[in-house]
Every structure is written in C-alpha cells, then in structure tokens.
Write a protein that binds this ligand. Structure first.
Ligand code: ASP
Length: 324
C-alpha cells in the first residue's frame, strides 16, 4: 500500500545512494540492448592478431564462442610470446603450466589449470565446457583428458624460455615483474551481430611461479566472466589480487548496476587497492564489453593496453587509463 512516510524514507535512501554512486551513467536495472554490431576486444598487443582471427570466424558465420576460441589460439601458438601457450615462461622448476577458461553466451563455462604439454589449453577448456559435466580440470587430469580427446603432446619450453629460466636461476628471486615485456595473459571478449557475448582467457601465468600455482585466468569470475544480459569482462595482471576481489565478476556486476565499462573496470581496480596492501608493486588490469557494444579498460599501473576491433579495417590499440 502506498504510504507517504515510507515513500519519503525510500526516496531519501535513493537520493543518498545516488550521491554516493561515483558514476551513475545508467539507471540501475535499465536494460542495455545490443546494437547489431560486431565488437572484439582483447588484452595487450598480441590482441591485434587475435582479434583478426576472431573477426574472421564471426564473418564466416561462426558463433561468438567459436570466435573467442579461435582468437586466443593465435598467441597460444606463437613461440615468441612468452606469456601464453607454446613458449610461455616456465615455473621455477622448469614446467610450462598453462591456465585457460572460456564462457559462452548461455553461461556455460569450462577451464583447465596447471595443464602441461598442450599448445592450446583454450581448446581443452572448450571441450571441458562442451563435453563434460564439469567446469574445471587441473594438472594431470586435464592432460589425460586432453590426450584422450586427441590433443597432441608437445614440449612447450623453447630455447628462449629455457635461457630465461637459466638466467632467473642466477638469483632465483620470486619477484613478479609488472607488465612483463608489455604483454601478458590474453583475455578476449567478442560480441556477434546478434548481440551474443562470449569470452576466453589463456596464460602461462606468472613467470617462475611455484609449481602448482594457479592464478585468476582459469577461474570463472576472476579472470573472465560473461553474462549475456549485461556484458563480459576479463583480467590480466597479478592473479592473486584479481582472485581476491573476484575481479571479472565484479566488473560485470558493476555494469549491471549502471556503471559504464571503463568505470566498472576502474572500480574493480580500486577494490584491489583497498584489499591489497602491496598494490603499488603489482599490476592488474580489466577489460569490459557491455551488451550495447560499449567497451572500456582500466589498470592499476600505467602501461596496460588493449586491442579493440569494431570493423574489418578498424582494429587498433588503446592505452588504458591507470590509477597510479
Ligand atoms: N593473470 C595472470 C596470472 O596471474 C598473469 C598475467 O596476466 O600477467 O596468472
């Protein structure tokens, strides 16, 4: 029943909440609808080529899920790229252990963590999603699953990463470097012309990490999250900090509340700052793609960039703004 006192009380609460909201760009709950345009966004410089591969899949009538998988397979196969797939940096014991996950527009997801000897962890993650009742397979179980599904066993350590590992041994310092070679994990989000959004995330994780260490990248909600009603988000940087705030899920939920993509990414970075006393010594960056095709990224430290593709001739790098 309408009651003026309650109404005034509620209005007062809303007014004060609105006053607190840093970026009330969209009224919470307002539906953001797709525009019929194709958009692909992915982390770091290696995103440019990944975007092209993803775009091709969409042009040929593939799904957003096919596109994100095909996109991130490009850096996974690049032996010169030392943070993803083949040629990824090993852990401190010399194992190249890979983490990846994928999420489709229906909310299905799959991941692998600590997977060795397989060049395309993202495709194993896809198989976990499509062909098993599970969400995440790890270590030897993930490898057995991959081999049983016809994936080829390979040595992923290259001459370049072997040398880097030997070099690291001289000091054996466990000190992650911010923006390693200016390209880390690839997280890629794609929206097809029907408005459907999917995402993929794949990495070799922190260079010289402890054997068995898993970061944010294969964890749904941390390294990647997609809600086809709202949008998707992906993360790069220090996995431990990103996991602690369930970063990608946080970004999507903030967009649900009305934050614009860049603003949602910034708020997630701020949450890390609040929760992580050592934040000055780490990097964390987020990318977001909203249902209406709007995109944004934001990082803790300067130096994070991302590739944004909105047309066959429009694939470019964008420097993300940073908090520090
Ligand atoms: N997020 C990755 C991890 O923590 C690494 C990175 O993106 O730099 O494993």
């Amino acid at each position: 029943m309408f009651n003026r006192r309650n109404f005034l009380k509620k209005s007062a609460i809303f007014t004060s909440l609105a006053g607190l909201a840093p970026w009330p760009t969209l009224a919470a709950g307002r539906k953001v609808t797709a525009t019929g345009k194709t958009t692909i966004i992915s982390t770091w410089n290696h995103g440019l080529q990944a975007n092209v591969a993803a775009w091709r899949v969409l042009q040929n009538g593939g799904s957003a899920t096919d596109a994100v998988e095909a996109g991130v397979r490009v850096p996974e196969s690049d032996p010169e790229n030392t943070s993803v797939g083949l040629g990824g940096m090993p852990d401190r014991d010399g194992h190249v252990t890979l983490d990846a996950c994928i999420m489709d527009p229906s909310g299905n997801c799959g991941g692998v963590a600590g997977l060795e000897h397989i060049e395309h962890p993202i495709s194993v993650a896809r198989k976990v999603m499509d062909d098993t009742p599970h969400v995440l397979l790890v270590g030897d179980g993930a490898l057995q699953f991959a081999l049983a599904n016809g994936f080829e066993k390979k040595d992923l350590l290259t001459a370049k990463t072997y040398k880097a590992w030997q070099e690291w041994f001289k000091k054996a310092e466990y000190k992650p470097v911010i923006n390693i070679e200016n390209h880390d994990t690839i997280g890629l989000l794609a929206q097809d012309k029907d408005g459907n959004i999917a995402g993929a995330c794949t990495t070799s994780g922190l260079a010289f990490k402890m054997y068995g260490r898993v970061g944010d990248s294969p964890i749904i909600g941390a390294g990647l999250y997609v809600d086809n009603d709202i949008g998707g988000a992906t993360a790069t940087g220090m996995g431990e900090a990103i996991v602690k705030v369930a970063g990608s899920h946080l970004v999507v939920e903030l967009m649900r509340q009305g934050y614009a993509p860049e603003e949602a990414c910034k708020a997630a970075v701020e949450r890390i700052v609040k929760k992580e006393p050592g934040y000055k010594n780490l990097q964390a960056g987020f990318l977001a793609l909203r249902k209406d095709g709007k995109t944004g990224g934001y990082a803790l430290q300067k130096g994070f960039n991302y590739a944004l593709m909105t047309g066959p001739d429009n694939n470019r790098m964008v420097d993300a703004r940073a908090l520090l």
